[in-house]
Design a protein around this ligand. Structure first.
Ligand code: CTP
Length: 330
């Protein structure tokens, strides 16, 4: 009897600080090794004693991990090391079959392997680490962006120039504030991120719009993004997300932005469980053509356009659309 076959449950843990598409890709691969994926999110205290303080809190990291479409269950405050006690808890309480980690060494402060025990009992599997991105790299991008912004300000003050964001647009914006992204987008990766548990129908009286559209920069994908995408998804059956092109984000926020390029931002949004489809490089204005082509029945927006000083004199992008929803910033 096939339906009675035991479902394979796999466990992956991690800090998932400043969550990026490398983490999402790790969890995607882990999920493919079983039927159900349980994710342990390492506690703030354990990260502090093993790696140094995380940027995001436990609550934020948990919200980000739970928002991924490959994740079935989360265990908050997981330990950094797979100890004997915790391993037994995973096997007995959580019915885990395999413990999974990326193929990079994960060492404890004393130099021993955090997964040694799981390997010893033959319950360990490995996935391929995604090159070209890490939390440390993202922190580097933020710092270099701040440094560039500061030196630009000094330059414009000393030369008496007016600091006009549109005029400072330069090649810098294409390299993420001086940090070149090593991400190589392939159609295969986009397809891998597109497949999975999408199109979840949320049943309720308000689920009345067949297709909703929401747009934004979605730079450095964070817990607030998960929240707004969840709210938008509740308004309809299908959620289409427009991700602004890099030059649009630079015009809106300044030449040092975005920190993550269009393809990196697209993968992060695609990995979110509430998203059905993305437009990679959406324009600022929602045109009548877009509404017709994509069959959009509701344009959902954040409250950003009323009070955002970074709009930089741009007009309301949503004038062409018939219906609005109103949510916090995208
Ligand atoms: N991971 C990955 N590719 C990356 C980054 C992380 O496959 N570019 C995997 C790790 O191997 C691990 C999981 O994602 O299995 C969680 O990683 P995490 O504990 O957050 O830490 P790091 O490996 O240190 O990742 P980062 O440096 O980005 O924080």
């Amino acid at each position: 009897n096939k339906s009675a076959k035991k479902r394979v449950r796999v466990y992956m843990d991690g800090c998932f600080d400043l969550m990026h598409y490398g983490h999402a890709n790790a969890l995607r691969q882990a999920k493919a090794l079983g039927d159900e994926l349980v994710v342990g999110v390492v506690s703030d205290e354990e990260i502090i004693s093993n790696k140094g303080p995380p940027v995001l809190s436990m609550q934020e990291r948990l919200a980000l991990v739970s928002g991924l479409k490959w994740v079935d269950e989360v265990i908050p405050n997981a330990p950094y090391e797979i100890t004997e006690d915790f391993m037994n808890r995973l096997f007995k309480e959580h019915k885990i079959d395999y413990i999974i980690h990326g193929d990079d060494p994960c060492l404890l402060p004393d130099g021993t392997d955090a997964y040694a025990l799981a390997k010893k009992v033959g319950r360990y599997k490995q996935i391929k680490r995604t090159e070209g991105v890490s939390s440390t790299d993202i922190v580097g991008r933020i710092l270099s962006c701040m440094k560039d912004a500061k030196s630009d300000k000094l330059f414009s003050e000393s030369s008496g120039e007016v600091d006009n964001l549109n005029n400072t647009q330069s090649s810098k914006s294409q390299v993420n504030g001086g940090h070149i992204s090593h991400f190589l987008p392939t159609s295969r990766r986009i397809v891998q991120f597109s497949n999975g548990k999408t199109g979840i129908r949320i049943i309720g009286a308000w689920a009345k719009f067949p297709s909703c559209y929401i747009d934004g920069a979605f730079d450095l994908f964070h817990a607030g993004h998960v929240e707004i995408l969840k709210s938008a998804k509740q308004l309809g059956d299908f959620l289409l997300v427009g991700i602004y092109a890099d030059h649009t984000v630079s015009e809106l926020r300044g030449s040092h932005f975005p920190l993550m390029n269009l393809h990196e931002r697209s993968l992060s949004v695609l990995a979110c469980r509430y998203v059905d489809e993305v437009i990679i490089g959406a324009p600022w204005e929602v045109t009548k053509d877009m509404i017709t082509t994509f069959n959009i029945s509701l344009v959902v927006r954040g409250t950003i356009s009323e009070k955002n000083p970074l709009m930089n004199g741009k007009s309301d992008p949503y004038v062409g659309s018939k219906e609005y929803g109103n949510f916090p910033n995208a």
